[in-house]
Ligand binder design. Structure first.
Ligand code: DI6
Ligand code: FE
Length: 405
């Protein structure tokens, strides 16, 4: 018989229902295997369920939230780019460095040179850092291999993280991240190659979604469309790095393909936001990249709110534009820099983060959801947005199992 585990005397921020934070005082969670089977006020726990409980944990009034979802990362890569950061501090722009062959391309060189074991070991350390703050679901993009073999290696490393760690990993194929040196001046040929590798990667079970970098220093809307057509032919959902440095109309294009999410969006137009709303596309905001590139153009939070576009937040961890490994810091920055409310920000790393990955089985605390949750050394969920630079996460349960701490 599957164990029935009770977690009781908790302040539950369920993020479910219409009450602020979906707050339940003196709440309890009942988990059977990897699922929540009952969530409510401790006093309301039905007697028939009570009699079947095999384990009980008293949380002493601690705050419990759903497990955190980091829905946009580039976690698998070789090397680092601290020297480039110094160049930017001296006045070079991210675009200048990219055009001069640095940027993404320099990480591509280091990634190709690294062994699969090294890529795994470095990515594993990064994943463990995110997990220590309560991340239970992690999206990882390829995009630093840019050959069929190297994209496959990076996606395989990401998959392996998901099997070896108590964590759900979702993989995204981002072959259309930059034009590699061997295709210099032939971006259309490179896009053909990216599309031709896709079926083989898909057959190996390496792709959950397909992404592209639609930007003046990335790929044009027409090239993005080719990638999306290839994804659609395989039945794969799409996402897009859109409107990060300029308005390319990427969000509207992605919405046409029913994209799961459009990410970055500092230059999103009102019509882009409307198209996203109509398609049910999630806006993934990335305050780490905004901060680290010292951008000044804010994503249009008001337009997203007014249009009812769900907003997610992610770390965008990557060695060029967002080398941080703290999703909690992203919550804080979304409030301080983007003026999101604490509740919006926390929804952004739970229910809306899950939605940006097409996952409806997580992100809230409710019966039927996966038993992914975090116990915090905090009294109120608004503190998740308030403290920064330390980690109040005390216990994490992923798929019904408490992680060793
Ligand atoms: N946008 C980003 O912020 C990352 N990729 C992208 O398309 C940055 C990647 C890098 O600079 O290495
Ligand atoms: Fe990114």
């Amino acid at each position: 018989m599957t164990d029935l585990t009770l977690w009781r005397h908790a302040r539950l921020a369920t993020l479910s229902g219409h009450a602020p934070w979906g707050l339940i005082e003196d709440g309890a969670l009942l988990a059977k295997g990897d699922q929540l089977v009952w969530v409510g006020a401790d006093a309301d726990l039905p007697a028939d369920l009570q009699s079947q409980i095999t384990n009980t944990n008293d949380l002493g009034g601690a705050l419990v939230t759903p497990g955190l979802v980091d829905c946009h990362t580039h976690l698998v890569y070789g090397g680092q780019r601290a020297a480039e950061f110094e160049m930017r501090l001296q006045g070079a722009s991210y675009e200048d460095i990219a055009r001069a062959g640095g940027g993404i391309r320099s990480t591509v060189t280091a990634t190709r040179a690294a062994s699969e074991d090294t890529l795994f070991a470095t990515a594993r350390k990064r994943a463990l850092t995110l997990m220590a703050e309560g991340v239970t679901t992690l999206e990882i993009k390829s995009g630093y291999g840019l050959t069929q073999r190297d994209e496959a290696r990076c996606l395989a490393v990401a998959r392996r993280l998901g099997t070896e760690l108590p964590l759900t990993v979702r993989t995204t194929y981002l072959g259309a991240h930059a034009v590699p040196l061997e295709f210099q001046g032939r971006p259309d040929d490179y896009i053909d190659a990216v599309c031709s590798w896709m079926p083989g990667l898909h057959v190996r079970g390496l792709i959950d979604a397909v992404d592209a970098f639609c930007e003046t220093i990335g790929f044009s809307p027409a090239q993005t469309r080719c990638v999306f057509d290839a994804a659609k032919a395989l039945g794969l959902p799409v996402k897009l790095h859109a409107e990060q440095l300029s308005d390319q109309g990427g969000a509207a294009l992605a919405a046409e393909y029913g994209a799961l999410s459009c990410d970055h969006l500092e230059y999103l137009s009102d019509s882009g936001a409307q198209a996203m709303r109509a398609a049910g596309t999630v806006a993934v905001l990335l305050p780490g990249a905004y901060y680290f590139l010292r951008e000044t153009r804010l994503p249009p939070i008001t337009a997203l709110r007014d249009n009812g576009v769900p907003i997610a937040l992610a770390s965008d961890h990557n060695p060029g534009s967002s080398p941080g490994l703290s999703l909690l810091l992203m919550i804080n920055m979304a409030c301080t820099l983007f003026r999101m409310t604490p509740e919006e920000a926390v929804r952004g790393v739970t229910v809306n983060g899950a939605r940006a990955l097409g996952l409806t089985d997580r992100g809230t605390l409710a019966a039927g959801q996966r038993a992914d949750f975090c116990v915090w050394d905090l009294e109120h969920p608004n503190e998740l947005a308030y403290w920064f630079g330390h980690n109040p996460c005390r216990r994490v349960v992923a798929a019904g199992k408490e992680r060793a701490s």
